[in-house]
Design a protein around this ligand. Structure first.
Ligand SMILES: C[S@@+](CC[C@H](N)C(=O)[O-])C[C@H]1O[C@@H](n2cnc3c(N)ncnc32)[C@H](O)[C@@H]1O
Length: 318
């Protein structure tokens, strides 16, 4: 990481012991860390005996910093989205893997680096692009229709005052800085200092999710993991808000045949949707002690399951 002020607070991995327990790594196994970040999960996977870890991150800064964060010859770093993992693993001749972890969302380094524009706590350019390419948050907010902005705030931020905030953003254009956007949102949402939840949190989350197509990535990442895991392979996914958790919960319910009217009622031999996951575990939340130590863990949920030998429901990427 090169920009000043970056990487001040290292990312504290969330639910890491629980994730490693769910991954049940045996000595020498090949494991995917789909969201390398600061390498917290990767380090834990290596300590648990992984013979090889393939660490993916869509953020080039995370990959650049990764080699010095985790100097271990068993680690291969890949600057790709996790939705591409099965293709990358096949291209590199690695094939199917024993376990996969996904830790959804942004890292502390991304949030704490003002120049990346993810945070309203420190002023910076309105950027918010994990990959450092494509449309910036400023470009989106300064060109989109008011109705489109409102839809993003409602769908991805569950913002009840989406319309009023979108109207205020459009009236204030051009909006270029995170502090400017936070002030506009607080005014439009009637925020008073001392009030518990800052409404800027929801707006920033919504714009970030939209720009980085994070929910589509999560759905496609789960499908890629289904294709990339060996029979008996373990999947562990940590999410940070209900929109993401719902996607993982629905995927595992459906793929394990637990969705009403789903695959288990169809004849086994001709069934194109035989369960691809089993032993879906109850969701795991962080302990009070972890939340006290790391408040960012507060809303985290871990879901995990085990791959069966059934064919993936979606064989290839579209
Ligand atoms: C919450 S952090 C992961 C932290 C990591 N578990 C650790 O212990 O250091 C999420 C990371 O995943 C990356 N990321 C988010 N979506 C991604 C995607 N679709 N593909 C690859 N990386 C992604 C982000 O760039 C960020 O670095």
């Amino acid at each position: 990481m090169t920009s000043t002020g970056s990487n001040k607070a290292p990312h504290v991995p969330v639910l890491v012991n629980e994730v490693v327990a769910a991954l049940a790594i045996h000595d020498g196994e090949t494991v995917v860390d789909g969201t390398f970040g600061a390498g917290g999960y990767t380090r834990a996977m290596l300590s648990a005996g992984a013979g090889r870890v393939i660490g993916f991150d869509r953020d080039p800064d995370a990959i650049d910093a990764g080699k010095s964060l985790v100097p271990d010859s068993r680690l291969t770093l890949v600057n790709e989205r996790f939705s591409q993992m099965d293709r990358v693993l096949a291209d590199r001749g690695i094939g199917l893997v024993d376990a996969i972890a996904l830790d959804i969302g942004v890292s502390s380094m991304q949030i704490d680096t003002a120049a990346r524009g993810f945070s309203f706590q420190a002023d910076g350019p309105l950027d918010m692009r994990m990959e450092k390419s494509g449309l910036t948050a400023a470009e989106f907010l300064n060109s989109a229709d008011e109705a489109d902005i409102a839809r993003v705030l409602r769908d991805y931020g569950e913002e009840p005052r989406a319309r009023a905030i979108a109207r205020a953003i459009v009236a204030a254009r051009p909006v270029e800085r995170t502090a400017e956007l936070a002030a506009i949102v607080r005014r439009a949402a009637g925020f008073r200092p001392g009030q518990k939840a800052d409404p800027a949190t929801r707006t920033f989350q919504a714009i970030r999710i939209h720009l980085n197509a994070e929910l589509d990535e999560l759905e496609e990442g789960l499908e890629a993991a289904e294709r990339a895991l060996k029979p008996g392979g373990r999947l562990a996914v940590v999410t940070f808000h209900s929109l993401e958790d719902r996607i993982v919960k629905r995927f595992l319910r459906e793929r394990s045949g637990a969705t009403p009217g789903g695959s288990r009622h169809r004849p086994a031999l001709t069934d194109p949707t035989e369960p691809t996951f089993e032993r879906v575990a109850k969701p795991v939340a962080p302990s009070d002690e972890e939340i006290a130590r790391n408040p960012r863990a507060r809303s985290a949920r871990l879901r995990s399951a085990i791959r069966t030998s059934a064919k993936p429901w979606k064989e290839t990427l579209q």
